[in-house]
Structure formats: structure tokens, C-alpha cells
Design a protein around this ligand. Structure first.
Ligand SMILES: Nc1ncnc2c1ncn2[C@@H]1O[C@H](COP(=O)(O)OP(=O)(O)OP(=O)(O)O)[C@@H](O)[C@H]1O
Ligand SMILES: [Mg+2]
Length: 468
């Protein structure tokens, strides 16, 4: 859950290093030394060549001589600072140029080394800088991964939500996300964090419904050794651990009113007191809260503290149910299909398509469990389908849209369209039932229901039903 960095000494071999010097023995000596860490070392004999190579591939550290024929090392440093801000530049200097090297430190160089070289000093520098470089790289990869998690927003309501996400991400204000179960509250909370300037800091989620007051308190505020039975050593709370990142409090409405008061105090004062401790500690975090109940209503009924509500909902994002964003269903279904196929199938298995009738069933279904239910439906269909297409029967949707119910809950269609839909539903249920009784034997099924074999097959083709 948290964004911990895990770098071992072996990872230093992933560093790409460039040595620029017009003296061959210096280049070769440095290459031999640095290669002993396993790093990839490239060499150039002029700053001009170096600039070309830097344009062609990426480097983490550049060692450059200060005095070279042609462009000097300090000019190369300037160019690198302007174009490749992530690169650490180390200057190689003789005794005559130490003053210039010191000046370069002020202009963005990371370090300078004097000739003759102290090998240990050079290796120690690469190790030190290398950990920082690799940590930055990991953080970037993580952020890119998170950003890669697509959020489908194919209708106006969801597009408005995503615009709001973009805006709130840039400001450290509390955000309240409201939405029914499975509408994507946690996904949106993570997206706000990932788009924020602190995306490389931890994002920590905690579900308030799962924890009683005392556990919630020790988890969020931390505790001192001996604070309660089982507290064998000091423990840092989540508010402190996120260290400038984001705390996601899920299901805030389930907090006791006593705990609501404690949380309010933390939000106001930005300090915590660990259980069993007496000192206050300053904490720095952004809070995102989520609830699948309407907090405003709960405030009106006296079930949620009004002052805490106003603290949490500085920015409020309300997620529509899946029914309210039907236009997103095809894109979501396609997204889950691709995502789950790449997860479940071995490499050469093609991703099946959804048949038009299956897509229609998805559009018609009454999604009580919202996006999560749709995701699970697609996953299940991927496991049980046969052939190259997903058919309505593979979706296993309980037919909750009984005619009477749908007449009251769905927009009214024309009489003829409604009748055709009702007939199709009847035909599907009827044919599936009869085929089940005959274990897929079409001739016997046709006989049982008083149809010709050809007529039954015509209905099956129309409904994309399979014998199985
Ligand atoms: N717009 C979307 N695009 C893509 N995937 C989505 C979208 N919304 C939700 N999902 C996916 O649906 C699933 C449920 O989302 P999430 O867990 O964020 O919902 P939730 O509102 O927190 O649910 P609950 O109230 O049950 O905790 C997740 O797998 C999530 O990735
Ligand atoms: Mg959730």
C-alpha cells in the first residue's frame, strides 16, 4: 500500500555512466574502476561528442574533465543542466582548476574529484548518488504505473468528475468522495494522490468500518511501548508514516462520535499524541475521506459531527451510480475484458469479443453493485465462455429486470420495442431451460417444446444461445 523504496547494492549495476575526458588513460582508468560496480560505462573524448551521445541515450551520472580542447567541462555542465535535469555531473579537476570546480558546485555540479584519483572516494560517491538516482527512478516508474491505470470516463458526469480530480490534485485540501458501493471511490482517491505533487510519497488507505475505536486510534496515531497489553515496542502511526503523503479514510461514517472528535482535533491542529505518550507530534498529510452514505443526511440526523463534516468536505466529489452513467458501460466492459484477459490468459490466447446481445444485456442490467459488479461479471464470463465470443448466457446475470420492475425503473420505450424485449427475454429463458433439460440435445428440445428443429435453431441463432 505504501510507496516504499527497495534498492539493494546489486541495483547499482543498473546505473548508466558517461566518462568525458580527452586523456585516454584517464577515461580507461575511470571505466575500469566504475565497471567494478557492474555499472554500464560509456566514454567520450570531447564535450561535443558527449552532447551527441546524451541526446541519443539516457545517462544517470556524467564524469567530465574541466579542461578539454573544444568545449570545456563547465560549459558541458551548463548544457546538461538545461537539457537533462536528472543527470548528476561530477567534474574531474587537476590542482590548477580546483577554484573553478568549486564554482561549478554552485552551478549545479554534484561533486568534483581531483587527479590523481582516490578510488574509494569515487566508488563511495557513486554508491551514495546511485541510491538517490535509483529511488527517483522507482518513484517515477511507480507513478507511471499508477497513471497507467485507466479510469473510464465516457460520459459527461464522469468527465466532470475527472476535471475536478485534476483540480483538487494540485491543492492540499481535504476531499470527500461520496458514492454507492463499487462506484470507484478508492480508485478516484488514488488518482488524486497520483496526480498530486506528492505522488511519490505514500498513499495509505484505512477502512474505518473494519476497526474498533481503540485499534483505529493506535493505527492512526501510533503508540508507545506498554500503552496497552501487547504493545511491546513503540509504533509510529499512519498519520506520521505518510510523511507528507495522503491518508485515505474509507467509510468515515462508521466512526464513533468520540473518534470523530479526535480526528477533528488532528485536522485542526495537525498534531497527534501517540497512545500512552504525552508529547505532541506534528504531522503532515492530505486527507481524502470516502463514504457510501450521504454524510449531509447523517449530519441532519445527528449521526455525524457537523464540524467534522465541514472540515472533510472542503471539496466534495460525488460519484454517479453505474445506472446514472450507462454511456460508460461499453467502454468499461471493453476495458475489463482486455485487462482481465491479459491477467488470466496465457500469451497466445486471443481476447474474446462481447457479442452485441451480450452488450445489450450489460446495458439493460440493473447494476446494484455498480462498476465492481460489472468487473466481476466480465471476469466470470472470461472463465466460463467457449468459442470466440462472450454471449449473454456467459454473463450469468440474474434477470433482475423483471418486466414489471423495469416498467417502473427504466425509461419507457415504445410499446413495440418493449414487447420485443419481453419476447426476447422469454425466449432466452425458455430455450435455456429446455436445452438444460435435454443436456443440449436440440432435436429432443425441439420435440419437447413443439417446434421444428430448424425453428428452434433460428431462435437460438437470434439470441446467440449455444447448446451448452
Ligand atoms: N471509472 C472506472 N474506470 C475503470 N475502473 C473502475 C472505474 N470505477 C471503478 N473501477 C474499478 O471498479 C472496482 C471498484 O472500485 P473501488 O474499489 O474504487 O470502488 P469503491 O467505491 O471504493 O467501492 P466500495 O464502496 O465497495 O469500497 C475497482 O476494481 C476499480 O478499479
Ligand atoms: Mg472502497
Amino acid at each position: 500500500m505504501s510507496s516504499q523504496t527497495t534498492i539493494s547494492p546489486y541495483d547499482l549495476a543498473n546505473l548508466n555512466i558517461l566518462v568525458v575526458d580527452d586523456q585516454e588513460d584517464v577515461r580507461k582508468g575511470l571505466k575500469r574502476l566504475i565497471s567494478s560496480l557492474g555499472c554500464d560505462v560509456a566514454m567520450c573524448c570531447s564535450a561535443e561528442d558527449a552532447l551527441q551521445l546524451l541526446g541519443a541515450r539516457s545517462f544517470d551520472i556524467v564524469f567530465t574533465d574541466l579542461k578539454m580542447g573544444g568545449m570545456s567541462g563547465d560549459e558541458l555542465l551548463k548544457q546538461i543542466n538545461q537539457r537533462w535535469t536528472d543527470i548528476d555531473v561530477v567534474l574531474i579537476t587537476g590542482h590548477g582548476t580546483i577554484d573553478l570546480a568549486v564554482a561549478c558546485l554552485r552551478n549545479g555540479a554534484s561533486h568534483f574529484i581531483t587527479k590523481p584519483f582516490d578510488n574509494k572516494e569515487i566508488l563511495a560517491f557513486i554508491e551514495r548518488a546511485g541510491y538517490g538516482i535509483l529511488a527517483r527512478r522507482q518513484a517515477k516508474d511507480r507513478a507511471a504505473n499508477h497513471r497507467g491505470r485507466s479510469i473510464i470516463a465516457a460520459d459527461a458526469k464522469m468527465r466532470a468528475v475527472m476535471e475536478l480530480v485534476d483540480q483538487v490534485a494540485q491543492h492540499k485540501v481535504p476531499v470527500l468522495i461520496e458514492g454507492a458501493s463499487g462506484t470507484g471511490k478508492e480508485l478516484i482517491a488514488r488518482e488524486i494522490h497520483n496526480r498530486s505533487p506528492v505522488h511519490s510519497k505514500p498513499f495509505q488507505a484505512i477502512n474505518c468500518i473494519a476497526l474498533p475505536d481503540t485499534l483505529l486510534e493506535s493505527e492512526l496515531f501510533g503508540y508507545k511501548k506498554g500503552a496497552f497489553t501487547g504493545a511491546h515496542k513503540d509504533s509510529t502511526g499512519l498519520f506520521e508514516r505518510v510523511d507528507g503523503g495522503t491518508v485515505f479514510l474509507d467509510e468515515v461514517s462508521s466512526m464513533s462520535s468520540l473518534f470523530q472528535g479526535k480526528l477533528l482535533r488532528v485536522l485542526q491542529e495537525k498534531t497527534i499524541r501517540p497512545l500512552g505518550g504525552n508529547g505532541e507530534r506534528t504531522v503532515d498529510f492530505r486527507i481524502i475521506a470516502a463514504s457510501n452514505r450521504n454524510l449531509e443526511e447523517l449530519v441532519k440526523n445527528g449521526e455525524f459531527r457537523e464540524d467534522l463534516y465541514y472540515r472533510l468536505q472542503v471539496m466534495k466529489i460525488s460519484l454517479p451510480t453505474l445506472k446514472e452513467r450507462k454511456a460508460c458501460i461499453p467502454a468499461l466492459a471493453g476495458h475489463f475484458l482486455k485487462q482481465s484477459a491479459s491477467e488470466f490468459f496465457y500469451d497466445d490466447h486471443p481476447c474474446p469479443e462481447l457479442s452485441p446481445a451480450a452488450m445489450e444485456s450489460l446495458l439493460e442490467h440493473n447494476w446494484q453493485g455498480n462498476v465492481r459488479e460489472l468487473e466481476n461479471t466480465i471476469k466470470r464470463a472470461l472463465v466460463i465462455f467457449k468459442g470466440d465470443r462472450i454471449l449473454p448466457s456467459h454473463l450469468g446475470l440474474a434477470d433482475d429486470s423483471s418486466l414489471a420492475e423495469s416498467l417502473f425503473t427504466q425509461p419507457l420505450t415504445s410499446y413495440e420495442e418493449g414487447k420485443q424485449k419481453a419476447i426476447a427475454t422469454f425466449q432466452r429463458q425458455y430455450v435455456e431451460a429446455v436445452l438444460q433439460r435435454t443436456s443440449g440435445n436440440i432435436s429432443r428440445a425441439a420435440e419437447m417444446c413443439g417446434l421444428t428443429r430448424a425453428a428452434l435453431q433460428r431462435i437460438m441463432r437470434k439470441l446467440e444461445l449455444e447448446r451448452a
